[in-house]
Design a binder for this molecule. Structure first.
Ligand SMILES: Cc1cc2nc3c(=O)[nH]c(=O)nc-3n(C[C@H](O)[C@H](O)[C@H](O)COP(=O)(O)OP(=O)(O)OC[C@H]3O[C@@H](n4cnc5c(N)ncnc54)[C@H](O)[C@@H]3O)c2cc1C
Length: 613
C-alpha cells in the first residue's frame, strides 16, 4: 500500500495544485517539477527514514555529560534531508530556494512524517529560519537563516519554561542589555539571557555545526522588574556557538547548557531538552559584559524585531507549524492504517458469523472479512485521509495568502485563522484514535513491540500536548477565532461549506442536508455559548465545541472530495465514497451530544468542588 496515489489524487484531482503555475512566483513549476520533488522525498523517506524508525525508538539519545549521541542513521537521514533542498523549498531562487508552493512542500514532507516522525525532517529548522526571513535584519538572515536553510546550522524554538507552558505570559527568562554599546552589535541589539527553557526539541545534538535557538525572554524595566503579560516578551537569537558577521564560528561556546534530556513516551528519535541559559557553565565574553544586573554574564543573544513583540513574531510561524503538527499526527494515522490493513489481509482468525460459522472443520477467514475489522479500517481511513485532505487544503490557503490577490489573500488569512485550531487538533485526537484502532486490529500482537503500531500510538500521543494543548486550541477557537472580526472567518467558512453542499446536492443529497444541519448547529451553539455568558461559562465546554467543529469540518472536506469523484468507479474512488458515507453515518451524528453541553453551558464539570473529585 503506497501513500503516493492518495497524495497525487488530493493535490491534482481535488486541489488542482497545478493552477498555481499561473502565479508569477510559481511560473517555472509544472506537474513534472512537483512530481520530481515528491519522488525525491518519497525515495529518501523510504531509504533513510523508514528502515530506522524502530531503531531510533529503542536507541534513545544518550547524554554523557558533555555530548549527546544519536544513532548514525539519524545523522544520515539529517544529511539526506538537508541535501534534498527541502529546508529552503519555499524560499526564493536567489538564496538557493525552489520557490515551491507550500502545498507541495507540505505534501512532500508527509512522506518523512509517515516513514519516521521521530527522526524528524526539518520543521523546526525551516520554521526558525522562515521566521528570521520575515522578522530578522539583513545580516541576521544572512548569518543565521541562510545557514539553517543549507543544513549547516539547525534551529529550535524556545518558548516553554518549567513553570510556563500554556501560559507563556509567565516566562521568567531575563534578557539584559550587554554593555553600553549593546545596540551597536551588527548582529542585532546584544543582550545577556538567564533562565531555563523546558521541553526544547532538538535542543542539543551533534547533527549540525551549530544550533540556533530562538528564545522568548523578558527585558526588565528600569526598576529591574519583569513586565507582566505577553507584552513584555521579546525574541532573541541565541546561538549555541557564537558566530561572526561572516557566518563563521568564532570558536566561543555560548553559555547554553544542557541540564538533561527528557525521556519520552514516544518520538524518541528527537532529543528533548531542558536548557539552562546563562547559568555560568560556559562563561562567555565575561570581560565585555556589564548588563544591568551587573554581572556581565549570561548567554549572548541578539534581539529579533522590536522589544515586546516577541510572541507576535513567534506567532507569525504558528499557522505553518500547526499545519505541520497536524500533518505529523495525520501521517502517523496513515502509517497505522496501512500497517493494520496489511495485517488484516493476512491474519486468518475465526469464521464468518451466520450459518455454518461454528463449523471448526471449515477453514478460518482472514480478519479483513469480519465486519468489525472493516469498520475499524474505514474509521482509520476516514480520520486520516480526511485529515490529510484538510492539511493540504490549509496549505493551499497558505499559498493563497502569500500569492493571491489582496482580497483572496485576506479571505485565506481569515479562513486559516479559523481552521488552524482544527488542522492541529482534529488529527491529534482522531488520528491517535486511528492508531488505537490499528492496535485493536492486531489484537494481542498490536500490544507488543513486534509490530509497529504501538510505536505509532506513542509517537502520536504528543500531538495533543505540544504547539498548544487540546484545551488551549479549543479556547482559541471558541474564545477568539470564531468571534474575531465580527465572526467573518466563521461566515467565510460557512459559505465554503454551503457551496460544497450545493455542488454535492444531486449525488449526495442526504449528506449535503446533514452538512447544512451541522453548520446550523455550530452557528446556534456559538451564539448560545456566548449569549450573555461570562467567558468562564462560555468556554467551560470549549473542547466538546472543538470536537463538534472538527467533525463538521472533516464532514465538509469528505463531501467535497466525494463530490469531486464524478463517475470514477475505481476501487480507490469506491473507498473514498465509503469513507465519506462512514463519516456521515458513524461520526457526524456525534456532534449533537457535544454541542448540547456547549449550548446549555452545562456546568457539571466546571462547578464541581475539588473535594468532590
Ligand atoms: C515532547 C515535547 C516536545 C516539545 N517541544 C517544545 C519545543 O520545541 N519548544 C517549546 O517551547 N516547547 C515545547 N514543548 C512544550 C509544549 O508546548 C508544552 O508542554 C505545552 O505547551 C503545555 O505546557 P505544559 O507542559 O507546561 O502543560 P500545562 O500548561 O501545565 O498544562 C497542563 C494541562 O492544563 C491545561 N491548561 C493549562 N492552562 C489552562 C487554561 N488556562 N484553561 C484550561 N486548561 C488549561 C492544559 O490544556 C493541559 O491539559 C514540547 C513538549 C513536549 C512534551
Amino acid at each position: 500500500m503506497s501513500l503516493r496515489p492518495t497524495v497525487d489524487f488530493l493535490l491534482h484531482d481535488w486541489l488542482k495544485v497545478e493552477s498555481l503555475q499561473s502565479r508569477e512566483r510559481f511560473a517555472d513549476h509544472s506537474r513534472e517539477t512537483f512530481d520530481a520533488v515528491l519522488d525525491t522525498c518519497e525515495r529518501i523517506a523510504r531509504e533513510k527514514y523508514a528502515p530506522f524508525n524502530r531503531l531510533v525508538d529503542t536507541q534513545e539519545p544518550h547524554f554523557d555529560g558533555e555530548k549527546v549521541t544519536l544513532p548514525q542513521a539519524t545523522h544520515e537521514a539529517y544529511k539526506a534531508y538537508a541535501e534534498s533542498g527541502m529546508l529552503s523549498a519555499a524560499q526564493d531562487y536567489e538564496i538557493g530556494g525552489m520557490q515551491l508552493p507550500y502545498t507541495v512542500e507540505a505534501a512532500a514532507n508527509a512522506f518523512f512524517a509517515m516513514a519516521s516522525v521521530s527522526i524528524g525532517s526539518g520543521m523546526l529548522t525551516s520554521g526558525n529560519a522562515n521566521l528570521l526571513m520575515v522578522h530578522g535584519t539583513e545580516l541576521q538572515k544572512k548569518v543565521f537563516a541562510l545557514n539553517e536553510f543549507s543544513g549547516r546550522f539547525s534551529g529550535t524554538m524556545c518558548l516553554s519554561e518549567p513553570q510556563a507552558g500554556s501560559s507563556l505570559s509567565d516566562v521568567m527568562t531575563r534578557a539584559t542589555p550587554d554593555g553600553a554599546d549593546f545596540e551597536a552589535d551588527p548582529l542585532g541589539a546584544r543582550y545577556r539571557l538567564k533562565g531555563n527553557k523546558m521541553w526544547i526539541s532538538s535542543g542539543e545534538h551533534e547533527l549540525s555545526e551549530n544550533i540556533i535557538h530562538l528564545v522568548l525572554a523578558k527585558i526588565p524595566d528600569a526598576n529591574g522588574q519583569l513586565v507582566p503579560g505577553v507584552k513584555g516578551i521579546s525574541l532573541f537569537i541565541v546561538p549555541k556557538k557564537l558566530v561572526g558577521t561572516d557566518g563563521q564560528l568564532t570558536g566561543e561556546r555560548n553559555d547554553v547548557a544542557l541540564a538533561g534530556l527528557n525521556h519520552k513516551c514516544g518520538w524518541r528519535g528527537t532529543t528533548n531538552t531542558l536548557l539552562n541559559f546563562g547559568e555560568g557553565k560556559y562563561p562567555v565574553r565575561g570581560e565585555a559584559g556589564g548588563g544591568l544586573d551587573g554581572a556581565g554574564s549570561g548567554a549572548v543573544g541578539y534581539l529579533v524585531g522590536q522589544p515586546g513583540e516577541g510572541l507576535k513574531c513567534m506567532f507569525h510561524m504558528m499557522n505553518e507549524a500547526r499545519i505541520g503538527v497536524g500533518m505529523a499526527a495525520t501521517m502517523l494515522g496513515m502509517a497505522g492504517y496501512y500497517a493494520s490493513l496489511d495485517y488484516a489481509k493476512n491474519r486468518p482468525q475465526g469464521r464468518p458469523s451466520g450459518a455454518g460459522g461454528k463449523d471448526a472443520s471449515r477453514p478460518q477467514v482472514r480478519i479483513i472479512e469480519h465486519a468489525d475489522i472493516k469498520r475499524m479500517l474505514l474509521a482509520q481511513k476516514a480520520y486520516s485521509e480526511g485529515a490529510l485532505a484538510l492539511a493540504l487544503y490549509c496549505a493551499r490557503l497558505v499559498d493563497e495568502q502569500h500569492t493571491g490577490t489582496a482580497q483572496d489573500a485576506d479571505v485565506a488569512r481569515l479562513l486559516l485563522e479559523v481552521l488552524t485550531p482544527i488542522v492541529k487538533s482534529f488529527p491529534s485526537e482522531w488520528c491517535l484514535e486511528a492508531n488505537s484502532l490499528a492496535i485493536q486490529i492486531h489484537g494481542g500482537y498490536g500490544y507488543t513491540r513486534d509490530f509497529p503500531v504501538e510505536q505509532y500510538w506513542r509517537d502520536n500521543r504528543l500531538n495533543m500536548i505540544h504547539e498548544g494543548t487540546h484545551g488551549i486550541q479549543a479556547m482559541d477557537l471558541l474564545g477568539r477565532k470564531v468571534l474575531m472580526e465580527n465572526g467573518r472567518g466563521l461566515q467565510l467558512l460557512a459559505e465554503r461549506m454551503l457551496a460544497t453542499a450545493a455542488k454535492a446536492e444531486s449525488a449526495w443529497a442526504p449528506e449535503a442536508a446533514a452538512l447544512r444541519d451541522a453548520l446550523k448547529q455550530i452557528g446556534q451553539a456559538t451564539q448560545q455559548a456566548w449569549a450573555g455568558a461570562e467567558p468562564a461559562q462560555a468556554l467551560a465546554n470549549a473542547v466538546p465545541y472543538l470536537q463538534a467543529f472538527g467533525h463538521t469540518v472533516i464532514a465538509w472536506i469528505w463531501l467535497d472530495v466525494a463530490a469531486s469523484l464524478g463517475q470514477d468507479d475505481t476501487p480507490a474512488a469506491q473507498g473514498r465514497r465509503a469513507a465519506c458515507r462512514y463519516f456521515y453515518r458513524y461520526e457526524l451524528p456525534k456532534i449533537g451530544a457535544w454541542l448540547n453541553v456547549v449550548k446549555s453551558r452545562d456546568p457539571t464539570c466546571a462547578d464541581l468542588p475539588e473535594d468532590a473529585f
